[in-house]
Design a protein around this ligand. Structure first.
Ligand code: PLP
Length: 366
């Protein structure tokens, strides 16, 4: 409230003001690379695809089918072709072996999604990109403060996209950021974010430009100072909120692993070289009908558990835009039909989480 009052009192509500700068500094300090606030992760993904710059010879992007729709729409919005591959069922993250078999002369980029705040196998993907001269992008919508081999998500590729949507660990209502790890993309990223103009250079201290003008493709991707003011408060709470989420993730796992050992379901895995930010705790039921029954049981107990993504490879959008699918997608179809996400939020009380666990037990013990 204090930050919002400060912005309103200043009368300068447009983007790129003092709170935007504070958020940029915070992210840059964390990642050691420049970051640009956007309206959403969707907007950051759109920017990333504009930066990839498709040609008629190279216009394909490999991505998992088990992801949010924006990971694919950004590709078709820029005239590219999505190429869907299957996930590793242990993590629900893109499977590098499947990626390898999907690479062609037309491949321009790979997008890895860090599902549930657990990083994809980025070393394997980076190696494929090096060998085939591809751009690597992280859809890190769910992965702020997640780590892979001790390194932060968002530092493992050429550019990374964050979300601060209200469903994420840190929120500004809608919101996102593009982290530009590969320095060769940053100048164009600033132009694309500012309606395709060199406005950033014009306002830079010591600029010799007497006006700003149209330079490149672009759109209006920068959020208002009101959003940045809310986000900056959240960034200051990042460690505390994430720690609480991670505690809750471990608490669920400790209390539900007995049922997993009895073979009732599988709990989403965090590989030993990954540190989760506790964004999502999920179960994979034995069958799709059992999943539906469990969701219904929890709903009747007043518990808002959820399934997750509808696979993209078999969607109307995929057909409409001639997306390609490589492989049988059996893991994608299987995990999507069996997944249950349990409620998780930083201010969840012990009573709340106990209630969820009791309801899961009562389902399997009846
Ligand atoms: C993997 C992934 N990518 C992108 C998005 C889009 O994020 P936003 O709502 O900030 O555009 C989401 C949203 O849930 C997501 O889960």
């Amino acid at each position: 409230m204090k930050n919002l009052a400060e912005v309103i009192a200043s009368g300068e509500l447009q983007g790129n003001g003092p709170f935007t700068k504070k958020c940029h500094d915070w992210l840059e300090n964390l990642y050691g690379a420049p970051a640009l606030l956007t309206h959403s992760c969707t907007a950051a993904l759109d920017m990333a695809m504009m930066l990839v710059d498709f040609t008629s010879e190279r216009n394909e992007v490999i991505l998992p089918s088990f992801t949010f729709v924006s990971t694919a729409t950004c590709i078709v919005n820029s005239g590219g072709v999505p190429v869907f591959v299957d996930v590793d069922p242990a993590t629900c993250n893109i499977d590098p072996a499947q990626v390898e078999s999907a690479v062609t002369d037309k491949t321009a980029a790979i997008v890895a999604v860090h599902y549930a705040g657990v990083c994809a196998d980025m070393d394997a993907l980076a190696e494929i990109c090096r060998r085939h001269d591809l751009i690597l992008i992280e859809d890190a919508a769910q992965a702020l403060l997640s780590r892979y081999k001790g390194r932060h998500a968002c530092t493992l590729s050429d550019m990374a996209c964050l979300s601060f949507h209200e469903t994420k660990n840190l929120v500004s209502g809608e919101g996102g950021a593009l982290v530009v790890t590969n320095p060769s993309f940053i100048d164009r990223a600033r132009v694309i974010r500012d309606k395709g103009t060199n406005r950033y250079d014009f306002f830079r201290p010591g600029s010799t430009l007497d006006k700003y003008s149209w330079q490149d493709k672009g759109s209006s991707f920068l959020p208002s100072e009101l959003i940045a003011a809310v986000l900056f408060q959240q960034l200051g709470q990042a460690e505390r909120i994430t720690q609480r989420r991670v505690e809750l993730w471990h608490w669920y796992r400790d209390h539900l692993s007995v049922l997993e050992e009895k073979g009732f379901f599988r709990i989403g895995k965090v590989p030993p070289d990954c540190e989760t930010n506790g964004h999502i705790f999920y179960l994979l039921c034995e069958t799709s009908s059992e999943r539906d029954d469990l969701l219904e049981h929890l709903k009747n107990d007043g518990i808002g558990a959820q399934f997750h993504y509808i696979p993209l490879h078999s969607s109307v959008g995929a057909r409409k835009f001639n997306a390609r699918t490589i492989g049988d997608m059996k893991h994608t179809d299987s995990v999507a039909s069996r997944m249950v996400r349990l409620p998780s939020y930083a201010h969840m009380t012990l009573d709340d989480s106990n209630k969820v666990v009791r309801a899961v037990y009562s389902f399997y013990e009846s």
